[in-house]
Design a protein around this ligand. Structure first.
Ligand code: UD1
Length: 334
C-alpha cells in the first residue's frame, strides 16, 4: 500500500514508518518538523535501507496537502501530526484546538477529494477521562478529558465517528495509546523532545545522561501500593506494530473502531525508576515532590480487543523499554 504518514518524523511516527517500510509498504511522510528533526528521515533509511518520500508541510495547509495527494496515489493515512504537550495545552488552548482540529479536518477533506477511505488515528487513553474505572475498556464512555490536548483527541474521535456515519464505506481505526516509552533497538530513533521533557521516560533518560540533576516524582501519597502513580507503559516498537495491524484491518473493513494499545499491566513511577536502574546498572538521583495537577492515580488498559480484532499484543518487557531508552539517550546526548 502507499501510506501517507502525517507526523512521520516524530517519536511514534518514525518507529511506525520503519515497520511499514519493513513490511513492504511505500511511505510518504508529511511533517512540518515543529517537534521533530529532519535527520530522522536519514536514520529511517539507515535502519531499513529505504528512503521514505518526505514533504516538510503542515498538514493543515490544504493546497500543500492536495499537491502531495496529486503527486502520489494514497491508499491509506496514518495521522499522528498534532501538538501533544499536556501542560502547554492548558496555557495555549486556542493553539491546540486550531492546530489539532484544523489539520484533521483538512486531511479528511483532502482524503475525500481524492477518494482515500482508510485512516488510522493516533488517539490516547486520555479520552477515558477521570470518570471511568480501570482497566479501561473500549466500551466505556470516552467523552471527557482533563486538558485541551486531551479534549482534541476526544473531539477528533467524535469528528471521525460522525464522518463514518455519513460515509459508511470509510474505515477509521482510533488507536488509544497508553504510555509509550523506549526506543528503536538500533539506538537511532527515540523520544527526544525539545527543551525540558514533560514525560517521565525522557526525563529519566536526561537525568541518567547527567543533563538534568535529578528526577522529581510527582506525588508519593497516591492510593497505590508504593504511593506513586500507576501507568501502563508499552514499548514504542510494539506500538508501531499495532499501527501496521490496524492498517491491515482497515484495508479490509469499513466503519469506526476504537482500540486500546497497552500491555494490560500497571507499573508505578518508582517501579519504573528502579527498573531503569536495574536494566542499565546505575543509580538515578530522585526525590518525591508534590503531585502534578491533572494526574490520575492509576490507569491501565484492557488490551483484549487489540488481540481479538487486530491480532496484536505487546511483547517487549519493561527491561527492554528501559535499555532501549538509555541506548537512544546516550546517542542523542553526543
Ligand atoms: C500524558 C497524557 C497522555 C499523553 C502522554 C504523552 C493525560 C491524562 N495523559 O500521560 O494523554 O499521551 O502524556 O504526552 O493527559 N512523572 C513524574 N515526574 C516527571 C514526569 C512524570 O513523576 O518528571 C509521573 C507523572 O506524574 C505520571 C507518570 O510519571 O504519574 C507518567 O507521566 P507522563 O509520562 O507525563 O505521562 P501521563 O501524564 O501518564
Amino acid at each position: 500500500m502507499n501510506v501517507l504518514v502525517t507526523g512521520g518524523a516524530g517519536y511514534i511516527g518514525s518507529h511506525t514508518v520503519v515497520e511499514l517500510l519493513e513490511a513492504g509498504h511505500q511511505v510518504i511522510i508529511v511533517d512540518d518538523l515543529s517537534n521533530a528533526k529532519v535527520e530522522v528521515i536519514g536514520r529511517i533509511e539507515r535502519i531499513t535501507g529505504k528512503r521514505p518520500a518526505f514533504h516538510q508541510l503542515d498538514c493543515g495547509h490544504k493546497a500543500g496537502l492536495r499537491s502531495v495527494f496529486q503527486g502520489d496515489r494514497v491508499d491509506a493515512v496514518i495521522h499522528f501530526a498534532g501538538f501533544k504537550a499536556v501542560g502547554e495545552s492548558v496555557k495555549k488552548p486556542l493553539q491546540y484546538y486550531r492546530n489539532n482540529l484544523d489539520s484533521t479536518l483538512t486531511l479528511l477533506e483532502v482524503m475525500e477529494e481524492f477518494g482515500c477511505k482508510k485512516l488510522v488515528f493516533s488517539s490516547s487513553a486520555t479520552v477515558y477521562g477521570p470518570d471511568n474505572a480501570h482497566p479501561y475498556k473500549e466500551s466505556m464512555p470516552a467523552i471527557r478529558s482533563t486538558s485541551p490536548y486531551g479534549w482534541t483527541k476526544v473531539m477528533i474521535e467524535r469528528i471521525l465517528t460522525d464522518y463514518v456515519t455519513a460515509h459508511p464505506e470509510f474505515c477509521a481505526v482510533l488507536l488509544r495509546y497508553f504510555n509509550p516509552i523506549g526506543a528503536h533497538d538500533s539506538g537511532l530513533l527515540g523520544d527526544d523532545p525539545n527543551g525540558i521533557p514533560n514525560n517521565l521516560m525522557p526525563y529519566i533518560a536526561r537525568v541518567a545522561a547527567g543533563q538534568l540533576e535529578k528526577l522529581t516524582i510527582f506525588g508519593g501519597d497516591y492510593p497505590t501500593p508504593d504511593g506513586t502513580c500507576l501507568r501502563d507503559y508499552l514499548h514504542v516498537e510494539d506500538l508501531a506494530v499495532g499501527h501496521l495491524k490496524a492498517l491491515e484491518y482497515a484495508g479490509t473493513h469499513s466503519g469506526v473502531e476504537a482500540v486500546n494499545l497497552g500491555t494490560g499491566n500497571g507499573i508505578s513511577v518508582l517501579g519504573l525508576v528502579h527498573a531503569f536502574e536495574k536494566a542499565n546498572g546505575m543509580a538515578l538521583p530522585y526525590e518525591i515532590g508534590p503531585r502534578r495537577d491533572g494526574d490520575l492515580p492509576a490507569f491501565w488498559a484492557d488490551a483484549s480487543k487489540a488481540k481479538e480484532l487486530l491480532g496484536w499484543e505487546a511483547v517487549h518487557t519493561v527491561d527492554d523499554m528501559c535499555r532501549s531508552a538509555w541506548k537512544f539517550a546516550q546517542m542523542a546526548s553526543k
